[in-house]
Design a protein around this ligand. Structure first.
Ligand code: CA
Ligand code: ZN
Length: 305
């Protein structure tokens, strides 16, 4: 079977994930799709003295390119998305204001800065040009029919997970909620730390290439990611504590079922080898991930499709 390649340009944008969004493209499983993405502010023309006030609010808010209908993807299936490439194609914008981030109550002025991105670095300053590690902030599919989720919000449909492990070479699994899955991506960061503490990463426009496929008999409750030698369950909740506990419990249920082990064994194994990490603490819901080294999955004889 020849693998087809498609492209979606950055004028095909959505701000909410919804089964009602009309697909801009239909692809067969196995296809490669190139998405042109805008930065999280919509790639508006800005200059360093502008505050976030200068933004057109209709354009900001994590516009995602898509959605793409994947033939054969039905509720109950799992959409597998291999991330092939994430290449920044603009300078990086960072904004800080009173509405989000750990420092929102200390922020006296709205700050907006633009940094050069080239040679694999984000030129934050001369002291420490920050090495890039481009990641997808928003990658999601439609939630159940009758609900719509703004692109600022993460959930079981993916969305604004802001997980720094969603990089080229990683594979994301998303349980399908609506026919065709309706995949959309955006909000690329040239680099971001766990937590996304000031409310943003190095926000860039980008070229993103992914390969999609559909897994028929896999039961996953929410996003699972394979990246950098780990498998992880990603969970979002209103409170960080809840997100942390629920990510842990989601991974525990997964390994207990897949490894065919008992409750106590799954719990203790996670306590020994699982790393609980924060993705972000600044979005409308907080996101955590529970990571388990791939060699543990190999030892227990489970391989991801
Ligand atoms: Ca984001
Ligand atoms: Zn972002």
């Amino acid at each position: 079977m020849t693998k087809k390649e498609y492209k979606v340009t950055n004028d095909k944008l959505i701000w909410k994930m919804s089964a009602k969004n009309p697909p801009v493209l239909r692809v067969e499983p196995g296809s490669v799709i190139e998405f042109e993405t805008r930065d999280c502010f919509g790639s508006q023309k800005l200059t360093p003295g502008d505050g976030p006030i200068a933004f057109d609010p209709n354009m900001a808010g994590n516009p995602a390119t898509g959605p793409v209908y994947v033939e054969g993807a039905m509720p109950g299936d799992v959409l597998k998305v291999k991330i092939l490439e994430i290449t920044p194609t603009s300078a990086a914008v960072m904004g800080m204001d009173k509405t989000m981030g750990v420092f929102m109550h200390e922020t006296e002025i709205d700050a907006l800065r633009i940094f050069d991105v080239h040679g694999g670095k984000t030129f934050f300053g001369d002291k420490y040009p920050v090495p890039n590690k481009p990641m997808l902030g928003v990658i999601g599919i439609a939630p159940e029919e009758g609900t719509e989720i703004p692109n600022m919000t993460p959930g079981t449909h993916g969305g604004n997970m802001d997980c720094k492990r969603i990089i080229a070479g990683s594979t994301l699994y998303l349980p399908v909620h609506a026919e065709g899955a309706l995949l959309a991506v955006g909000d690329v960061h040239a680099v971001m730390g766990d937590g996304e503490v000031a409310g943003g990463g190095a926000e860039v426009a980008a070229r993103v290439r992914v390969q999609v496929s559909v897994i028929k008999d896999e039961d996953m409750e929410g996003p699972m990611l394979l990246s950098e030698g780990y498998a992880m369950a990603i969970v979002s909740a209103e409170k960080l504590d809840t997100a942390a506990e629920e990510a842990t419990k989601a991974m525990k249920r997964f390994i207990q079922k897949k490894f065919k082990i008992e409750h106590w064994e799954a719990c203790m194994l996670l306590s020994l080898v699982g790393d609980l990490r924060i993705c972000q603490i600044v979005d409308p819901l907080r996101t955590c991930r529970m990571e388990v080294p791939m060699e543990v999955f190999q030892a227990y004889g489970y391989s991801f499709e």
